[in-house]
Design a protein around this ligand. Structure first.
Ligand SMILES: Nc1ncnc2c1ncn2[C@@H]1O[C@H](COP(=O)(O)OP(=O)(O)OP(=O)(O)O)[C@@H](O)[C@H]1O
Length: 477
């Protein structure tokens, strides 16, 4: 089984008692999945180790021969302010604890502290440090407007600034083992982003994708956790679950908004405890994959309606990216169209056609409820019918007409529109004035193309042409 390093920085355990060091490191490996551990029994070696290794967290005993823990704490916070120190001492004295916190310790635990509290405290310190590193990485990337691994995003065609910020964010959280939530309308490319997040993590294990929509709770448990031989009728041999297959890699749960309430409890437990039980087994297995989830649903609404657990939602959105809809990044439309026409031309062994200018106007005025997937389907459809040099707009027009909600938001579909359009303090305009304004606006958006303008406001071409002529002649009077 492949295993990745966690956390991305080293955790240094310092204590002069070797057996205690051994049992602490075993406990942290088992309970928190920490395997990037360094142990040191000789306090004189600590500063050398910090110089040599990439350490982010030091767990430090106080009473040690040669150099005491509080002296070391002072030196570390002065020379390495970015390193966090947790004191783990045999002394149960409030004053000592307060002094250490004043000296800059992140937390203070007594060696007899319950294991659960200690593990929680160490996990918390790791999370805070990870967030700090991620923030630093993010601001560095945003300020320099750089991408360290542009090749990872090669398949995501875009020129949009918002999308580029998402790339930068994904790079800055690449090393995190915390869950990642990807939201956005259907067809915006969430799966491509999950793949990119996996590639960026540089994990050695595979990316395993599961669509959890429609899985009943038993199937969900069996699919993810696997089962022991004899766990249920028909389980004639043990089968590993997908979590095990994703070991050292990424487990991508798509359509997470459709997960049943019973399965939500199981997923939450998995994320909180970091372990799970295959069906029919009482031996826990450790989760060693990063969990990435995606949904086109609005999870905030779902949890407000009681259809999605709040605790799971907060756990999942430790890292969150929202992929903008295609209509919010219209400059991507020409690029994507070109890309898909090339792809279709290659696949169908046809020459790549010229794109009529009006087609781009038509597409920029379309709402794209199905986002990039819809544009791709249109391009492939048009290419399959394509014969001459210039690409015909018919396939696109047909697809747009067939989508009832395809037009840009209409007056009746926008909330409070009458208040927005008409000032309540002023008299209402005449119907003919409104019609003229509408015709003008449609012509502006359609960049002068009457046929597109007609489809935008739902009138016939002769009617629009008549109105425009009338406006022209009344302007001349
Ligand atoms: N920016 C993009 N560049 C190139 N192809 C894209 C882009 N965005 C989406 N696609 C393509 O559009 C199609 C839909 O993308 P994808 O399946 O990732 O969407 P999704 O957001 O996961 O949708 P759903 O919510 O329905 O699962 C795929 O064929 C994908 O390759």
């Amino acid at each position: 089984m492949t295993k990745n390093t966690f956390p991305s920085f080293g955790v240094l355990l310092v204590d002069d008692e070797a057996p205690f060091l051994r049992s602490l490191s075993m406990m942290l490996e088992r309970r928190s999945g920490i395997n990037n551990l360094h142990r040191c029994e000789d306090s004189r070696m600590v500063m050398d180790i910090l110089k040599r290794e990439h350490i982010g967290l030091v767990i430090l005993d106080l009473t040690m021969p040669h150099i005491s823990g509080d002296q070391l704490l002072e030196q570390i916070t002065e020379q390495y302010p970015e390193i966090s120190v947790i004191i783990l001492s045999g002394l149960n004295q409030v004053k000592t604890a307060v002094d250490c916190l004043h000296l800059g310790a992140f937390d203070y635990f007594v060696k007899t502290t319950e294991e659960d509290r200690l593990v929680e405290g160490i996990n918390r310190a790791i999370q805070v440090l990870e967030l700090k590193h991620e923030n630093q990485e993010l601001s560095k990337r945003v300020l320099n407007n750089t991408l360290e691994n542009p090749e990872v995003f090669e398949n995501i065609i875009t020129t949009d600034k918002g999308m580029r910020s998402v790339f930068q964010y994904l790079e800055s959280i690449a090393a995190s083992q915390q869950p990642l939530l990807i939201t956005g309308e259907s067809g915006v490319g969430k799966e491509l982003f999950a793949k990119a997040a996996h590639a960026l993590s540089k994990q050695t294990g595979p990316l395993i994708t599961v669509n959890v929509a429609g899985l009943d709770d038993n199937v969900f448990s069996d699919t993810l956790f696997g089962h022991q031989k004899g766990a249920f009728t028909g389980a004639d041999r043990a089968r590993p679950g997908l979590i095990e297959q994703a070991a050292g890699g990424t487990l991508f749960l798509d359509e997470i908004g459709d997960l049943s309430m019973a399965s939500q409890v199981k997923l939450l437990r998995l994320l909180q405890e970091g372990d799970y039980f295959p069906l029919g087994s009482d031996k826990p297995k450790t989760l060693s994959a990063r969990v990435v989830v995606a949904t086109h649903q609005n999870l905030t609404d779902k949890q407000a309606n009681g259809e999605f657990r709040k605790d799971l939602y907060y756990r999942l959105r430790t890292h969150h990216v929202e992929i903008p809809a295609l209509r919010q990044r219209q400059d991507d439309i020409p690029l994507l169209l070109e890309h898909f026409l090339n792809e279709a031309a290659n696949e169908l062994e046809k020459n790549k056609p010229s794109i009529p200018k009006e087609l781009l106007v038509l597409l920029k005025n379309y709402n794209f409820p199905g986002n990039v997937r819809e544009l791709r389907a249109m391009a492939f459809d048009a290419m399959s019918l394509h014969k001459s040099r210039m690409l015909s707009m018919n396939a696109f027009k047909k697809a747009i007409d067939a989508t009832s909600d395809g037009a840009m938001p209409t007056v009746s579909s926008t909330e409070n529109t009458t208040q927005n359009v008409f000032n309540p303090d002023e008299p209402l305009p005449q119907m003919s004035e409104v019609s003229d304004l509408l015709a003008q606006e449609a012509m502006r958006r359609a960049e002068g193309n009457q046929s597109i303008a007609c489809s935008l406001i739902g009138i016939s071409q002769p009617a629009l042409s008549k109105r425009l002529k009338k406006m022209e002649s009344s302007g001349e009077d």
